[in-house]
Design a protein around this ligand. Structure first.
Ligand SMILES: [Zn+2]
Length: 87
């Protein structure tokens, strides 16, 4: 059972679809950081292997690059505006 944060207690929250290498949006990530904490909480459903990773991880700088502990796939949480510029 996942405990979602109270949005008012966070200073970062994102909910994204994740694509696998074939470009299929089979995965997703929900990631947030509570105020006063260094580590991010994340629930990452890996689009490559289907594993659900629920863990805490600290990132030193943007863009954040969470990974799947099961298969090692890495994902970049790019800024949404930056995504639009690329296309
Ligand atoms: Zn994986």
């Amino acid at each position: 059972m996942v405990t979602y944060p109270d949005i008012g207690d966070t200073n970062y929250f994102t909910n994204r679809a994740l694509e696998n290498k074939a470009g299929e949006k089979k995965g997703k990530i929900i990631m947030w950081r509570n105020k006063g904490e260094e580590e991010f909480h994340m629930i990452l459903t890996c689009p490559e292997c289907g594993e659900v990773n629920e863990k805490k991880q600290a990132f030193e700088k943007k863009p954040y690059r969470p990974n799947c502990d099961s298969c090692g796939a890495k994902f970049v949480i790019a800024k949404l505006k930056a995504d639009k510029k690329k296309k």
